[in-house]
Design a protein around this ligand. Structure first.
Ligand code: IPE
Ligand code: IPE
Ligand code: MG
Length: 254
């Protein structure tokens, strides 16, 4: 097995994506396959969060966005939702020092007002404390849905048009992008989903239109720095054409 240092060295020789989004899926099945409660899978998944975040820092990514809890996940059994919320609180309290020591800027997107106070408070505190950090921007998508985000943006833009603050023709691609919760993030280059499911499940719906997708069969609790580096190496083999022909791209590159 190749050492992680060697894999990461190879990644750094190529183009490292600026912004990677991860749909961290498969915690429940990972636990069920081992006869454990689903929450144990979520707990193990938080170790993957830590490892992959560290790797993203070592590799020099600008932004890492982790889909931790969807707007639709509120409909799961109440004890699973409560367990996830407690894990989130633990994560925010435990990771504080590592985030601050490494200049990570913690960010969050989603319908954050729906989060319980015991999550919202440590989240807001760490966001404020880390706001001026200049390193990796780590965004947690929490109580997040891409459609919900688009609805929020549409309402905000429509309100401005209704009051006359904005003309209809000013609703451009740039204006929509700027009205999203991700407005201060670079475009997402790569979306990774673990655990073998091949769908977006309401993640970064607008933002991922020209992202590359990588679906890994590995469940999130087993997805660590090695799997992350391998995903980035695979990303480097892709040709992003943005509607052009391969020949046009090669010409523009010379
Ligand atoms: C992802 O794992 C974490 C959340 C959605 C909160 P799942 O809990 O969806 O795990 P599976 O898909 O049931 O295995
Ligand atoms: C998507 O996973 C949400 C997160 C990973 C947080 P789900 O497990 O909720 O998605 P579906 O239900 O399989 O589409
Ligand atoms: Mg799932």
């Amino acid at each position: 097995m190749e050492a992680i240092e060697e894999l990461e060295r190879k990644v750094k020789q190529g183009a490292v994506p600026k912004h990677v989004g991860i749909i961290m899926d498969g915690n429940g099945r990972w636990a069920e396959a081992r006869g454990l409660p689903r929450l144990e899978g979520h707990r193990e998944g938080s170790t993957s969060v830590r490892e992959v975040t560290r790797s993203a820092r070592r590799l020099g990514l600008q932004a890492l966005t982790l889909y931790a809890f969807s707007s639709q996940n509120w409909s799961r059994p109440p004890d699973e939702v409560a367990g996830l919320m407690e894990l989130l609180r633990d994560y925010l309290l435990k990771e504080r020092d590592e985030i601050m020591d490494n200049g990570v800027k913690l960010n969050a997107i989603g319908e954050l007002e729906k989060l319980p106070k015991y999550v919202k408070e440590p989240l807001d505190a760490l966001r404020a404390e880390s706001a001026k950090n200049q390193g990796l921007v780590l965004t947690l998508a929490l109580s997040y849905g891409g459609r919900e985000e688009l609805l929020h943006a549409m309402r905000a833009l429509a309100a401005r048009v209704a009051t006359g603050a904005m003309a209809l023709d000013d609703i451009t691609e740039e204006a929509v992008t700027a009205a999203l919760w991700t407005n201060d993030l670079p475009p997402v280059d790569l979306v990774i989903r673990s655990s073998g499911e091949h769908r977006l499940s309401n993640f970064l719906v607008w933002q991922s239109s020209y992202a590359e997708f990588l679906f890994s069969p590995i469940a999130w609790p087993d997805f660590r720095a090695k799997e992350f580096a391998e995903a980035l190496l695979h990303f480097q083999t892709r040709e992003r054409r943005f509607g052009l022909t391969g020949a046009q791209l090669r010409q523009a590159g010379t």
